[in-house]
Design a protein around this ligand. Structure first.
Ligand code: PEP
Ligand code: MG
Length: 586
C-alpha cells in the first residue's frame, strides 16, 4: 500500500528505486555489484567465512571451562544455531543471485530483514536474539574482510535518476539508501558507493550530511523521523529531494508522475548546462564571481565542468575524517591541496583550515562528546589553536601548495580578536619554518569566516585584520537564532530570512565596501537561486556553492539588474517579514 513520509528537502531531483536499509555502523561495509559469472565464487567466499566462524564457535564451546556459567554455553548454542539458520543463508544467497550484491552487502541486507522480524516479535526473549544475530553477522563480516574475491572489482551501479526506469534488470535497478543517521564521514564512503539517493531519520537542512548530498547532486531527504522503521528492505520508494517527501510502494500512477518529473529535471539540467561558458554578468554589467565549494581535491572536476571561476571553500576537514585517529601528515595534506590547486588550472583555490567538531567529528569515537553541546565547543579555529603542532603542519602544507597556483587561506569560526593574533603568529611561524628548511612555498591571501554573530557585530576589526571575508551563513544562522543546524526537531525555526540574520549579512557586506576588502558568501544561501536577487541587492558579488547549483544561480544573475535591486533589498531586510516580501516579488 502506498504511503508517504515527510522530511526535509535537501537536494534537488527525484530518485526512484529499491530501498536498502543500512545501520550507520555498517556503512563501511563494501557495497558493489558483482558480475553474473562471479555469483558462485561470491557464495563460496561467504561459505568459507561462515564455516570459519562455526569452527571458531565450536572451538570456544569445546574449550569452555567446566565451571563456566551455563548461560555461556547456551549462548554459543544460540549463535551456532543462528549462523546455520535457513532464513539467513537462503536469504543471503538470494541477494547475491538475484541482485548481484557482493557477499558482505548481501549479508548485512539479510541481517536487516531478519532484525526487523525480531523487532516485531511478541516474546521478549526472542526479541533480544536480535543482538545475538548482530554479533554473529559481525563475526562473519570480520572473517570476510581482506578476503574479497580477487575477481570482484567494485562495479558502480549505472544510475538511472534520469530517463527510463528499468524495473526488472537486476543491477540496473537504482538503489536508495535508508538509514537512521549518516555522519559526514559515512558520506565519504557514500560518495564512492552505488546509491542513487538517500533518506535519513535525523539531520537538518544544513547539516554536513545534507551538504555532502548537495555536493553529490543526488536526491536526498533528511529528518524523515521514522523512515528507517517504516520502510522495509527492498521496498520500492521515490525520493523527492525538492519537496522533502519519500513515497513508499508507489502506485503505477504515482510512478508515472514521478517518472515524468525526473525527465523534466533532466531537460532543465540540459538547458542550464548551456550557460556553462556564459560569463556571470548582470544586466547592468556587474561581473559576479561564482565559485565552488568542494570537499575533496577530485571535486575540482565538477567545479570546472560547470564553469566555476575558482574554489571559494575547500572544506579541508574531510581529509581528516574517518581515519580512526591517524591524521594526514604534512606531505599527504600538501599533495591533496596541490591536487586541488592543479585541478583548478590556474583559478584561485580557497582552502579553509580544518573545521572539525560539532556535526563533523573526526571519528565516531568523538560522538560521546555530543552531550556537551559540541557546536559551542572546541571546534574549528579553537581546535586548531589548541593543537598548534597540527595547525602548523596544515599551514605549512597549504603554503607549499601555494607554490603551484593562487591559494587563499580561510580561517573558520573566529570570534575573538585574540584568535586573529594567534593565527597570524602561527602563520608567520609556519612560513619561517619553510624558509629555514628551504622548502618551496607561495604567498597566500588570508581571509576570515564571518559565521559567529560576535564576529559580524565587530566586523570592522576583522576587515582590518584580513585580506578578505567569507560569510558562513550555515553557522551564522545557527548561532544567531540558537538553532542546532543538525537537529530536525527545530528545523522549522532555522530561517535564513530572519531579519537578524539578513542584517548581519548586510553589515558584513558594507564593512567590506568600507575597507575595500572583498566579501564572499559560502554558506548554503549562496546556492539557493531564490535568494540570488536579494544577495545581489545587498551588494554581494562573490558566491560560493556546490558545483551542482552554480548554473541555476548563474541564470538568476543573468536576469538581474543589481543596481535596481539595492533599494528593494534594503526594504526587505528592514521589514519584519522578509520572506513574505521576497515571495511577493518572485
Ligand atoms: C558555513 O557555516 O556557512 C560554512 C560554509 O561552513 P560549514 O558549513 O562547513 O560549517
Ligand atoms: Mg561553518
Amino acid at each position: 500500500m502506498t504511503f508517504s513520509i515527510h522530511g526535509l528537502a535537501v537536494a534537488r531531483g527525484v530518485a526512484i528505486g529499491r530501498a536498502v536499509l543500512v545501520a550507520s555502523s555498517r556503512l563501511d561495509v563494501a557495497h558493489y555489484f558483482i558480475e553474473a559469472d562471479q555469483v558462485e565464487a561470491e557464495i563460496a567466499r561467504l561459505r568459507v567465512a561462515r564455516n570459519s566462524v562455526v569452527e571458531e564457535l565450536q572451538r570456544l564451546q569445546k574449550d569452555l571451562p567446566k565451571d563456566a556459567p551455563h548461560e555461556l554455553a547456551a549462548l554459543l548454542d544460540v549463535h551456532l544455531m543462528l549462523l546455520q539458520d535457513e532464513e539467513l543463508t537462503t536469504g543471503v544467497k538470494r541477494w547475491i543471485r538475484e541482485r548481484l550484491y557482493n557477499a558482505e552487502w548481501a549479508l548485512t541486507t539479510q541481517y536487516e530483514v531478519l532484525a526487523r522480524q525480531f523487532d516485531e516479535m511478541e516474546d521478549a526473549y526472542l526479541r533480544e536474539r536480535k543482538a545475538d544475530l548482530e554479533q554473529v553477522v559481525e563475526r562473519v563480516l570480520r572473517h570476510m574482510t581482506g578476503a574479497a574475491s580477487p575477481v570482484a572489482a567494485p562495479q558502480p551501479a549505472r544510475a538511472h535518476r534520469e530517463g527510463e526506469l528499468l524495473l526488472d534488470d537486476r543491477h540496473d535497478v537504482p538503489l536508495v539508501l535508508v538509514a537512521h543517521d549518516l555522519s559526514p564521514a559515512d558520506m565519504l564512503q557514500f560518495k564512492k558507493s552505488v546509491f542513487a539517493g538517500f533518506v535519513t531519520d535525523v539531520g537538518g537542512k544544513t547539516s554536513h550530511t545534507a551538504i555532502v548530498a548537495r555536493s553529490m547532486d543526488i536526491p536526498a531527504v533528511v529528518g524523515a523521523r521514522t523512515a528507517s522503521q517504516l520502510v522495509r528492505q527492498d521496498d520500492w520508494i521515490i525520493v523527492d529531494g525538492e519537496a522533502g517527501i519519500v513515497i513508499v510502494d508507489p502506485s503505477p500512477i504515482i510512478l508515472a508522475e514521478y517518472g515524468f518529473k525526473q525527465r523534466q529535471g533532466a531537460l532543465e539540467r540540459e538547458r542550464l548546462s548551456r550557460l556553462r561558458h556564459t560569463p556571470a554578468v548582470t544586466r547592468d554589467g556587474q561581473r559576479i564571481e561564482l565559485l565552488a565549494n568542494i570537499e575533496m581535491p577530485d571535486d575540482t572536476r565538477a567545479a570546472l565542468k560547470v564553469g566555476a571561476v575558482g574554489v571559494g571553500l575547500f572544506r579541508s576537514e574531510f581529509l581528516f575524517m574517518g581515519r580512526h585517529g591517524v591524521l594526514p601528515d604534512e606531505e599527504e595534506q600538501y599533495q591533496a591541496y596541490r591536487a586541488a590547486v592543479e585541478g583548478m588550472q590556474g583559478l584561485p583555490v580557497t582552502i579553509r583550515t580544518v573545521d572539525v567538531g560539532a556535526d563533523k567529528p573526526f571519528d565516531e569515537v568523538r560522538h560521546d562528546e555530543a552531550h556537551l553541546n559540541p557546536a559551542l565547543g572546541l571546534r574549528a579555529i579553537r581546535w586548531s589553536l589548541s593543537e598548534p603542532a597540527m595547525f602548523l603542519t596544515q599551514l605549512r602544507a597549504i603554503l607549499r601548495a601555494a607554490a603551484h597556483g593562487p591559494v587563499n587561506l580561510l580561517i573558520p569560526m573566529l570570534a575573538h580578536l585574540g584568535e586573529i593574533r594567534q593565527t597570524q603568529v602561527l602563520l608567520a611561524q609556519a612560513r619561517a619554518q619553510l624558509e629555514r628548511a628551504g622548502t618551496p612555498h607561495g604567498w597566500v591571501r588570508v581571509g576570515a569566516m564571518i559565521e559567529v554573530p560576535a564576529a559580524a557585530l565587530i566586523v570592522d576589526r576583522f576587515a582590518q585584520g584580513f585580506d578578505f571575508l567569507s560569510i558562513g551563513t550555515n553557522d551564522l544562522i545557527q548561532y544567531t537564532l540558537a538553532i542546532d543546524r543538525a537537529d530536525e526537531t527545530v528545523a522549522h525555526l532555522y530561517d535564513p530570512l530572519h531579519p537578524a540574520v539578513l542584517r548581519l549579512i548586510a553589515a558584513t557586506l558594507d564593512a567590506g565596501t568600507r575597507h575595500g576588502k572583498p566579501v564572499s558568501l559560502c554558506g548554503e544561501m549562496a546556492g539557493d537561486p531564490a535568494l540570488t536577487r536579494l544577495l545581489l541587492g545587498l551588494g554581494l558579488r562573490s558566491f560560493s556553492m556546490h558545483p551542482a547549483q552554480i548554473l541555476a544561480v548563474k541564470q538568476e544573475v543573468l536576469r538581474a539588474d543589481a543596481a535596481r535591486l539595492r533599494d528593494w533589498a534594503l526594504a526587505v531586510i528592514a521589514d519584519d517579514e522578509p520572506a513574505a516580501m521576497l515571495a511577493a516579488s518572485a
